[in-house]
Design a protein around this ligand. Structure first.
Ligand code: AMP
Length: 116
């Protein structure tokens, strides 16, 4: 069940500000408030979905493709394609998800270490 009061829902409703990197019809990108790399951007779709699986299940294929194309657009905009980057999506308790609105972390700008 989607929590309309999660912080990213509030950012999408513009109740809370964000450091915006890019916005289009179906997605919003902003800098993470607690960056884990020189570049740490969060990508969120403008659909009420909690996890990656929820996003795939409840959003139509055209909009799913549009979101992932926007992720690539921002990767190009950030200028990190040639040196590389890491995409992460945390899901649920074991995945360490804190904000229950599906999002992708784009980490770049330096060599991202191994998780373990
Ligand atoms: P996750 O653990 O995958 O749910 O990641 C949530 C991310 O959201 C963390 O990296 C937080 O630093 C980030 N975060 C939380 N609140 C904000 C905010 N108001 N603006 C930007 N990033 C945020």
């Amino acid at each position: 069940m989607y929590d309309e009061n999660n912080i990213f829902a509030k950012i999408l409703r513009k109740e809370i500000p964000c450091d915006k990197v890019h916005e289009d019809e179906f997605s919003l990108f902003f800098n993470d408030i607690n960056p884990q790399a020189k570049i740490h951007v969060l990508a969120i779709p403008k659909f009420p979905c909690t996890t990656f699986s929820d996003f795939l299940k409840n959003v139509d294929n055209e909009n799913i493709a549009s979101f992932f194309n926007s992720v690539q657009f921002v990767i190009n905009k950030l200028g990190v394609e040639s040196k590389g980057y890491r995409l992460i999506t945390n899901s649920g308790e074991n995945g360490g998800q804190e904000v229950p609105h599906f999002h992708i972390h784009i980490l770049a700008g330096e060599k991202i270490g191994r998780l373990r």
